[in-house]
Design a protein around this ligand. Structure first.
Ligand code: MG
Length: 386
């Protein structure tokens, strides 16, 4: 530990030996004179919360497009749930909560308007120009696109946070080709980064059930076919007999989140012990992810995911929005590319120096749902002001 008043002095003393330490960070790309003594990962978190892309998450789709109602999750509230779950898991595993939190808060920065449909459409449109993928875009935002600091592009985050953003998903890290060499694609990421994918899953499975029920796209009786839901629901009904349906729903979701977190923590601790993981070196050189559900919970959780896929993400009303999203993004992309003078000045200047497809792609990816829909109206509705 460093002297009082240095960043290291704020490091939690009870971190596990396999946790990522702020004091052992590989640091930032550009040298900086720092104005205070926050630990590195805490500073990363603060920079992410204050960036433009973070605030735009408020008007980006999770499943339901923003204008469909105020009840539903947006990318922003989803992100906050992921951060909360990640921190809870990190604390119980004695990992670095600041690092887990900054990766969680940054994990969806690169999302396009209209959720995965937006991502798929941009990826198709960018097929011959390097493609599009939201994790890569998150990294691009924090490395290049944010403009806030006098002496460098992006947010100049630590290597560990950036590594977490690009490596957080996919347990296939050894074969993944999308991780740049700089982030050592052959090595596993920190446990703090490994948490994020499953915290993401715990968050969206549960809030999508809640939102799906609220929208009337899912029905309680159907959920009872799911082992995981049924078991937890029975427990809740035994604990609170005669509870009204709304409270029963919330309590089941709350207990389910708790159940999944506990399973994940316990199973991860036993994997760490069984495989004699002693430090971060062992984590990085272990051939698989160590943060996992127990096999039984993994199986039940998979059923839950399949259920949501069939019943919610393929619901005809969600499909209708998908079609509209695809059309909006495609038309905007083609129109800007044919008429670069329609782009804001900054993007026009960039389009003269960089491949215009990438510039248009960055511009559209940065839009919120409502901005994209308004822009579509401005460009194609003759009644609308430009
Ligand atoms: Mg997410």
């Amino acid at each position: 530990m460093g002297p009082k008043g240095s960043a290291d002095s704020w490091e939690r003393p009870d971190l596990a030996p396999y946790a990522a330490r702020s004091s052992a960070s590989r640091g930032r790309k550009y040298p900086e004179v720092l104005k205070d003594d926050r630990p590195h990962f805490e500073r990363d978190r603060d920079r992410i919360i204050h960036c433009t892309a973070f605030r735009r998450l408020e008007y980006k789709t999770q499943v339901f497009v923003n204008h469909e109602g105020d009840y539903y999750r947006t990318r922003l509230t989803h992100t906050l749930e992921v951060a909360q779950i990640s921190k809870g898991i990190a604390r119980r595993l004695k990992l670095n909560e600041d690092l887990a939190e900054s990766i969680a808060l940054g994990h969806d920065l690169g999302h396009t308007p209209f959720g995965h449909t937006g991502e798929e459409t941009l990826d198709q449109l960018m097929q011959d120009f390097g493609g599009f993928e939201h994790n890569r875009q998150s990294l691009r935002i924090v490395e290049v696109l944010e403009e806030r600091y006098p002496n460098f592009p992006g947010l100049n985050l630590t290597w560990e946070t950036r590594e977490g953003l690009i490596k957080r998903s996919g347990r296939d890290f050894q074969t993944s080709s999308r991780v740049p060499e700089e982030y050592e694609p052959h090595l596993a990421p920190t446990l703090e980064a490994q948490i994020i994918e499953l915290a993401d899953e715990i968050a969206y499975n549960n809030h999508d059930i809640d939102d799906g029920l609220e929208a009337g796209y899912l029905h309680r009786e159907d959920l009872m076919d799911l082992e995981l839901w049924r078991e937890v629901n029975e427990k809740v009904r035994r604990k609170y007999p005669g509870l009204d349906p709304k409270r029963e729903k919330y309590q089941t979701i709350s207990h389910l989140i708790g159940h999944l977190i506990l399973d994940l923590v316990e199973n991860t601790l036993s994997l760490i012990e069984e495989n004699r993981i002693k430090d971060l070196y062992d984590v990085r050189h272990f051939r698989q992810h160590l943060v996992r559900f127990s096999p039984e919970t993994e199986r039940k959780n998979l059923r839950l995911k399949e259920f949501l896929h069939q019943r919610l993400y393929r619901h005809y009303k969600v499909e209708r929005m998908r079609l509209k999203a695809r059309r909006t993004i495609r038309r905007l992309f083609e129109t800007y590319l044919e008429n670069p003078t329609l782009l804001p000045d900054k993007y026009q200047r960039r389009a003269q120096q960089e491949p215009p497809e990438r510039v248009v792609c960055d511009y559209i990816a940065g839009m919120t749902d409502r901005y994209a829909l308004e822009e579509f109206k401005r460009l194609f509705d003759p009644e609308e002001r430009v």
